[in-house]
Design a protein. Sequence first.
Length: 260
Amino acid sequence: MNPFKRRLADRDHQTGLWLSLGCTAVAEVCATGGFDWLLIDGEHGPNDLSAIVQQLRVIEPHTTAVVRPLSGDAAHVKPLLDIGVRNLLVPMIDSADQARELLRAMRYPPMGTRGMASAITRASMYGRTPDYVRTANETLCLIAQIESPQAVADAEGIASVDGIDALFVGLYDLSATMGYVDMPSHPAVQDALRSVAAAAHRAGKPVGTLAPTPELARSAMLAGCTLIAYGSEVGLLTEASAHLLRDADSTGEGTTALAQ
């Protein structure tokens, strides 16, 4: 079984980090840093299939890779499955019906519409994985991202769909669709987070979110989130570089010292 999927079902707390740069070396550094999972962002990052598969190769020996596709459209999801992605976090899932349609794209017939090309794909190690076609449906993990008022309203229905392994609240997009742009800490947005978490738990499913600030992380844990990404490699780099410059300036040498 997929170990990440099993830990989700057990409600184990899993610490994650977002990868948005599309850089294999950065992914490898982060993969050896002790995180439980890393999210390769194909929605907003410059991550095409080639970049994603290269990052999978350096992440998988060390920790779990989760991939966010550009959308839940079958044309965006099916190629990711063929290159060996087992854990998907799909954006903008607004209804249980949409979740069911996505699952059909992920599953082999007769349960779904995934193409029968396993003998030539990385997913089956190019045909060397015994019984891949018969076992693949059970090993895939699907996390539905909740980012709109419609999704919040149908959160329990989405979570109850057989094959949805967790819900994941996209706080920033949700705040925007609720009319509170870039205000993930707004009380109404936080109420929505708690509502989604409660709905997911009623359906027996875990819930997660991206919480890049201590305030958001605390509220996520209090809401019952167990799958939390605490930031991104972009955030780590920008924060560390700014901190380095502040330290250099405090010596009186300024940035000249860094250039020497």
